[in-house]
Design a protein around this ligand. Sequence first.
Ligand code: NHO
Length: 364
Amino acid sequence: ASARQVNIAIIGAGGVGKCFLSQLESLAARRQSQKLVLTYIATSKKAVYSDSYSPIALDSVVSTLSSSSQAPLALPKLVDYLAASGTKTVLVDNTSSQDIADAYPSFLRRGISIVTPNKKAFSGSYKLWQDIFAAKEEGGALLYHEASCGAGLPVISTIKDLVETGDEVTKIEGVFSGTMSFLFNSFAPTSGSGGGKWSAEVAKAKELGYTEPDPRDDLNGLDVARKLTILARYAGLEVESPTSFPVQSLIPKELESVASGDEFLARLPEFDAQMEEVKAEAQKEGKVVRFVGSIDVASKQVKVGLEKFDLSHPIAALKGSDNIISFYTKRYGSNPLIIQGAGAGGDVTAMGVTSDLLKVLAQL
Ligand code: NHO
């Protein structure tokens, strides 16, 4: 029976993590071919696990975790703990931690597979990127990170399929941030009226679970820069880091150094007039402003920032937190392959993680 068992370890139980847990519970209940056993779960403060790897009940895991008095294992200890079980193990990293991302090579080398929405591992230094894929080969482990770009949309799998089937990606462009999409679609709607105050829309995006844990990572363009770094690398460019190309920040200078995300949100209303100006300037030309990114493979140019669009442009007409990503390739010619839909939020992001887990399970 143990051959059919797969152990699952989870780090992170926030917005995305909680949605993932409920998707995992229903997946485990439906899964006939394998027995999925949760053997470790941790947040930054607490953990639940046992030396005998006893199954942690999925239906009550959130309350078990919150009442636990166990501390999380340090990462090298966690690698040893998971590797010593003698059972195939998948680590689900639902944090945005750079430390955990930096440790991926040590998990993968020990044969522990990873699924994650965390962008840090794939958009950090180029060296980490290389180390991760080398360790994956060495350990014979599996690794999927669909939700690191476009939440549950098939963006990473699409670019991998394009490249691995021998197509050549020439250009990628679009709206890569659910938060930025939501902000501009509601702040500067194509109808011209009804947009709320910029700061109020930012607070709402955070409330809806669209933003990164610290919303400044969305507004400074870094979240989009990370996604473009990942896609550019799959398209064949050796992008050194998400800060190695031009990225426009929407953080007012005066708020760049405030200590916390909460303080930032509290002071943002002071700068609403600046964003009103940006909006009015586009309106004068009969356009709307949107936050976009692009990768031009031939010229190796990657850029992120505000651009104005005609009201009839597909980017102007996006709704809600939708992303739109256009892949221009040799095979697709001048009509790009386009992916569009919700690009942020707990459930759709968790779906990307759960579908990655299914891909891993099918190969274990
Ligand atoms: P939370 O709610 O802050 O939860 C983080 C959890 O990780 C907490 O339980 C915390 O205790 C734990 N944690 C943090 N550091 C830890 C450590 N060192 N050790 C142990 N535990 C630790 O974060 P979210 O919102 O649940 O996000 C989780 C991950 O999903 C992040 O890597 C985030 O980048 C990623 N993600 C989220 C979204 C989303 O919609 N919320 C998306 C993609 C990936 O497609 C989405 C997207 O790109 C959103 C983006 N902001 C956009 O487009 O607007």
